[in-house]
Write a protein that binds this ligand. Structure first.
Ligand code: GLN
Length: 546
């Protein structure tokens, strides 16, 4: 089939769930047997979100090929199973960087370089590269229609839509119908205005996805269709769902996928297999038990900072038929606090997880949380920074290296965790020093690891060689391996050359595993990551003990 393009824009407000809506539509088209590819175009000036604080932009999602991307790519992967890549996310910053590099190389042959056509052409090239790679290529434009920053993107998709023609390009606009309690009504005016805004830049949306917190009357939908010049059946209500994994099913009920196919004149009679989504939804809504995991982190007041982690824990719950409650605990309250503070927060949780983090704040608190989990034999799962803190805990309290620390925190002390200056990627050696740029220079993307035969970790994965995604600048110094192992912390997974510790575990503990990588990035509702499945299983056992 000739590739069809679906351009998704957002109106009225940000945080509409465009990414989720796009991912759900992708999943529905897949369930009908089509191949889909989703990409995100972000109008901000950062080259990628890698240098942004999680408080600003939520989690930074990392792909196999080492791109630091928008968290929507995580939704795309979780819903479609298709691994995202560097070529699935672009920002204004990257577009300008490419154009300016070409200008310096003289590639514009003396032309005056301008937003139109040079920036818009660069955006169009990013889209055109995907032609032929899937039946449906879906391009989500970040931000809200009406923002100054989105204009070049809207202009580019307008032009691209004209070039491939209306038969191959659908403009789908996501809007919000706010409820005004005093009037007791859902309001359609903001939607009308945002469609008008799109029309003013030459884009005529042919479908609307209307977000609302309550059912929308037929009359209102028809009114929107009339005022926005859209076919009635193509104004789709998109109500809040109890779980994000209900979204494909609920949007399907409202006709999202059938109307998309109808727009492209594709026969809708073909098979549709939603079994996987029904199974996931059932597991979420009819759990047989529940567990509570304490996540001791530092970006805890913005749930989006731990997006993939939250999802992976939910997936572990789905696999074990339990509901996983996440109790976020701000690690910095333990930094200075005494044991009573820790007991108050962590007593009664069924598992403790220390996730990825950067910087000093909260580090001492996390080390205390590791100690608590180790001594009380509560399941402990360390991710990236969580492994580094587990190492410092063992070094200080069990191996007698009282001043064990990381060079990320201070110059003084014994650096068990230090800046990675050299490592092997494929056949090449990558090198860094402390003066290297911060952006895009971490150990990023998928790297293989070899697991020790007979170890807990090899048992959990059911294999001795794995590949997981990384995003870190520091690593445990392998020279301390023997000393740490004497203290009971075993390095059961190493990089294939044996130089980089990847996984450690304790054998004197029911479940104590930490990895230098981010397993949460690869977990999917219908294919939960084995580490999360096993951790939640251990938490269930723990919950029966107390
Ligand atoms: N700050 C640590 C490092 O750079 C850990 C990073 C992380 O947890 N992703 O190595």
């Amino acid at each position: 089939m000739e590739t069809k393009f679906i351009f998704i824009t957002g109106g009225v407000v940000s945080s509409l769930g465009k990414g989720l809506g796009s991912a759900a539509l992708g999943a529905l088209l897949q369930a009908r047997g089509y191949s889909v590819r989703l990409c995100k175009l972000d109008p901000y000036l950062n080259i990628d979100p890698g240098t942004m604080s999680p408080f600003q932009h939520g989690e930074v999602y990392v792909t196999d090929d080492g791109a630091e991307t928008d968290l929507d790519l995580g939704h795309y992967e979780r819903f479609t199973g298709r691994p995202a890549s560097q070529m699935d996310n672009i920002t204004t910053g990257r577009i300008y960087q490419n154009v300016l590099n070409k200008e310096r190389r003289g590639e514009y042959l003396g032309a005056t370089v301008q937003v139109v056509p040079h920036i818009t052409n660069e955006i169009k090239d990013f889209i055109a590269e995907k032609d032929g790679t899937a039946d449906f290529v879906m391009c989500e434009i970040g931000g809200t229609v009406g923002d100054i920053e989105s204009l070049p993107f809207l202009e580019a998709i307008r032009q691209y839509g004209n070039e491939v023609g209306v038969k191959r390009a659908l403009f789908l606009h996501v809007t919000l119908l706010p409820y005004i309690p005093a009037a007791g009504e859902l309001k359609t005016k903001p939607t009308q205005h945002s469609v008008k805004e799109l029309m003013s830049v030459g884009i005529r949306p042919r479908m609307l996805l209307c977000r609302s917190d309550r059912p929308i009357e037929e009359e209102e939908l028809n009114k929107i269709a009339l005022f926005c010049n859209i076919e009635e059946s193509k104004v789709i209500p998109a109500l809040d769902a109890k779980s994000i994994y209900d979204v494909p099913l609920t949007y399907h009920k409202e006709g999202l996928d059938t109307e998309v196919l109808d727009y492209f004149n594709i026969d809708v009679e073909g098979g549709l297999d939603l079994t996987a989504w029904h199974d996931v939804s059932k597991a979420i809504h009819e759990p047989e038990g529940e567990v509570t995991i304490g996540v001791v982190g530092k970006y805890t007041n913005l749930a989006d900072s731990y997006k993939s982690l939250n999802e992976a824990l939910a997936h572990g719950g789905i696999a074990n038929n339990v509901k996983v409650h996440i109790k976020f605990i701000e690690a910095s309250i333990f930094d200075e606090g005494d044991d009573a503070a820790i007991v108050k927060e962590l007593d009664g949780v069924d598992g403790i997880l220390v996730p990825g983090a950067f910087g000093t704040r909260g580090a001492e608190g996390k080390i205390k949380a590791v100690k608590f989990a180790r001594e009380r034999k509560i399941p402990y799962f360390g991710i990236c920074f969580g492994l580094q803190m587990a190492v410092l805990e063992a070094a200080r309290h069990l191996a007698g290296i009282k001043d064990a620390t990381s060079s990320e925190f201070e110059n003084e002390g014994t650096h068990l965790v230090g800046l990675m200056t050299e490592w092997v990627k494929g056949n090449e050696t990558e090198a860094r020093d402390s003066s290297t740029d911060l952006g895009g220079t971490m150990r990023l993307g998928a790297y293989p690891a070899s697991l020790e035969k007979g170890s807990k970790i090899a048992d959990i994965y059911g294999t001795e060689s794995i590949e997981e995604r990384h995003r870190h600048r520091y690593e445990v110094n392998i020279n301390y391996k023997d000393k740490l192992e004497e203290a009971g912390l075993y390095f059961s997974g190493l990089s294939p050359d044996g130089k980089l510790p990847e996984i450690c575990e304790r054998r004197d503990h029911p479940w104590f595993v930490a990895g230098q990588y981010h397993p949460e990035l690869k977990s999917k509702p219908f294919d939960p990551h084995p580490l999360f499945v096993s951790f939640v299983e251990a938490a269930i056992k723990q919950s029966r003990l107390v």
